[in-house]
Design a protein around this ligand. Structure first.
Ligand SMILES: Nc1ncnc2c1ncn2[C@@H]1O[C@H](COP(=O)(O)OP(=O)(O)OP(=O)(O)O)[C@@H](O)[C@H]1O
Length: 368
């Protein structure tokens, strides 16, 4: 049985629950000559859902008849590369991280192929086909240059829709050829509304304080909110364990007892423990232990920027008011380093060491 996130994913622009102005804009664009677009925004904000709804607006329900094809590409060194490609009669979807270092060859081949074949469906509402590139901020510079050239060459038969978390890793020439559309994270109230509507369709009664709590711990990530609600419902169908006076609801802060009180992924609980460790003991041994915990998270494929963001959030809930600005500053500082460098563990460890220093100085009454 499908998960709630999949079962209740809105399919058309009219069904989207929030950002109505963006839906109106997309509808207007779909009526005309749709441009190349770049959808960007945080994870779980609904980018992919919005892209699929736009495609449906462009071509009708036929875009949902999806098939997965295995294609073989030849790399410049003549190695064969098997890639799964998701496509309908009207669009094709690629995820560059699936192909590692060979993203340039794949992007070039796929785009050229699709650009040179005419729209087969003569009744199609649009003459062009669409290429969706997921995780576009993961494309190498080489692949981005190739993409840019192809976009210029085949504008009449092809539209590119890029999906990314931020625009910062997309090269200027691509950004300037695309319409940038920001899909912001839904607010707490908007998430609560979606949760209540999902619950209603499942005929499950969700008390308001439970919806608020679940949306508060998902930090704007709707997918996580829906997954958490479903997990919570499976564990405790009547939601009795969550009391209306839960500390997170009254103070907005999490304390260490909350780590296990609300359903959340194991890795996140583990990251929260690393944050607690940073605050509880500031010594070389403690730093070594925290480093070990970071390693553990990284080898389980949790992206380093996400680890940093999760730990920062936890720290911000726990440190003194005076230290909050410093924690946010150093988090942004090391986030930048992380994105520039390649050895993530160094920067995570440096962040932990920095926080230990400022925390210790603060508790001893020193100021820098
Ligand atoms: N407008 C909406 N109304 C109701 N539910 C939505 C809406 N947009 C998205 N959702 C729900 O949120 C889930 C996550 O959305 P989606 O996969 O589109 O996010 P995303 O921004 O592409 O995330 P990521 O960047 O992590 O891939 C969907 O499975 C869907 O159930």
């Amino acid at each position: 049985m499908a998960l709630w996130v999949d079962r209740y994913r809105p399919r058309s622009l009219g069904d989207l629950d929030y950002h109505p102005e963006l839906s109106d804009r997309l509808r207007a664009l779909a009526e005309g000559d749709f441009p190349h677009t770049l959808f960007y925004g945080p994870s779980g904000a609904g980018k992919k859902t919005r892209i699929m709804a736009t495609l449906r607006e462009l071509f009708g329900p036929g875009v949902e008849k999806i098939r997965i094809e295995q294609r073989t590409f030849l790399t410049p060194s003549k190695r064969k590369l098997d890639v799964n490609i998701v496509q309908s009669n009207y669009h094709i979807e690629i995820t560059p991280s699936d192909v590692g270092n060979y993203d340039r060859s794949v992007v070039q081949e796929v785009l050229k192929d699709i650009a040179q074949t005419q729209q087969v469906d003569l009744n199609a509402k649009k003459r062009f086909k669409v290429v969706i590139i997921n995780e576009a901020d993961g494309l190498s510079r080489d692949a981005q240059s190739a993409l840019r050239r192809t976009m210029e060459k085949f504008t009449s038969s092809l539209r590119v829709i890029l999906c990314a978390n931020s625009t910062s890793k997309i090269i200027g020439p691509i950004r300037s050829r695309c319409l940038l559309l920001r899909v912001g994270a839904p607010s707490e109230e908007q998430i609560c509304k979606v949760l209540q509507s999902v619950a209603k369709q499942e005929s499950v009664g969700v008390p308001d304080h439970v919806a608020t709590l679940v949306s508060r711990i998902s930090y704007g990530n709707l997918r996580r909110a829906i997954l958490s609600l479903e997990a919570l419902h499976t564990q405790d169908p009547s939601f009795k364990t969550i009391k209306p006076d839960h500390s997170l609801l009254s103070t907005g802060k999490q304390d260490s007892r909350d780590i296990d009180a609300v359903p959340r992924p194991d890795w996140e609980k583990y990251a929260a423990k690393a944050a607690e460790r940073i605050l509880s003991e500031q010594s070389p041994e403690s730093l070594l232990a925290v480093r070990g915990m970071f390693y553990e998270l990284l080898v389980h494929c949790i992206p380093a920027p996400l680890v940093l963001a999760t730990i920062t959030r936890r720290l911000l809930d726990r440190v003194d008011e005076d230290l909050k600005a410093d924690v946010a500053y150093w988090s942004a500082f090391y986030d930048h380093r992380l994105r520039q460098g390649s050895k993530h563990i160094f920067h995570l460890e440096a962040f932990a060491a920095k926080i230990m220093t400022i925390h210790k100085q603060h508790s001893l009454g020193f100021t820098e």
